[in-house]
Design a protein. Sequence first.
Length: 266
Amino acid sequence: MRLAIMGAAGRMGRALIRAVQETDDCEVTGAVERTGSSFLGKDAGEVAGVGHLGVAIDSDPLPLFTHIEGVLDFTTPATSVATAALSAQARIVHVIGTTGFSPDDERKLEAAARHATIVKSGNMSLGVNLLAALLEQAARALDERFDVEILEMHHKHKVDAPSGTALLLGEAIAAGRSVALKDRSVRTRDGHTGERPQGAIGFASLRGGSVAGEHTVIFAGNGERLELTHRAENRDIFARGAVTAALWARGRGPGLFSMRDVLGIR
Ligand SMILES: NC(=O)c1ccc[n+]([C@@H]2O[C@H](COP(=O)([O-])OP(=O)(O)OC[C@H]3O[C@@H](n4cnc5c(N)ncnc54)[C@H](OP(=O)(O)O)[C@@H]3O)[C@@H](O)[C@H]2O)c1
């Protein structure tokens, strides 16, 4: 499968190049960075530490879309929305790992998915998607007398909060309780907040160091507490998931799919 990497010199971009090179039937045939990047013209393989690939990093994605079959994209919301429009025109696979989309961005991605085959997930790892399925079940079994808090920690360079993964887990809990996350989520607490509302789904974000991603979901009941934790030890788990998603989506019709569709976890 001929794949292009958006944000090829980024933390995830480099991990994606390594993952594609390790996978049979896949090759990196394009690499894109933003205009003005100091990586333009450099070889994508050398930047990712896998040796020379003969693929120079370019700032213009447009020419690539005539010959690629898919694009792996862990960049910024604006870049992913613009790339989705190109993927729709070319009717190809678009794997989106970017987080921090606004409701307006989400609507644009849904529109692009009428023609592109989009797999989008705030977390591409097997472990987190299994955790989401377990949480949905737990939330259904433990009613609103159990207070749910989602705690996440990430490296100091992360720009959005709560993490896309924390929101994905929150959505799974809300689905288990048949409520809308937007009506229940409490994202910040400061000062005299009053008592915790019953049924709230609380979020707390920690930032520091080089943490690839840790999430703990706490169900705090009267006299007992259940905690489920996922720890990402490196970024390769997300990159391998993205490549799996691209291969799964190849040959499928247009639509907006999640990693739980790819992994068959419902
Ligand atoms: N879904 C998952 O499993 C998962 C896992 C990890 C991370 N993420 C998400 O993936 C995203 C990227 O994370 P990261 O840690 O890799 O960030 P990062 O290191 O900042 O990488 C993003 C890359 O995209 C580049 N970029 C920005 N605008 C661009 C454009 N218009 N065209 C092409 N490239 C562009 C950036 O270039 P500059 O640095 O020059 O701006 C940078 O190299 C974040 O939203 C993060 O939350 C998702």
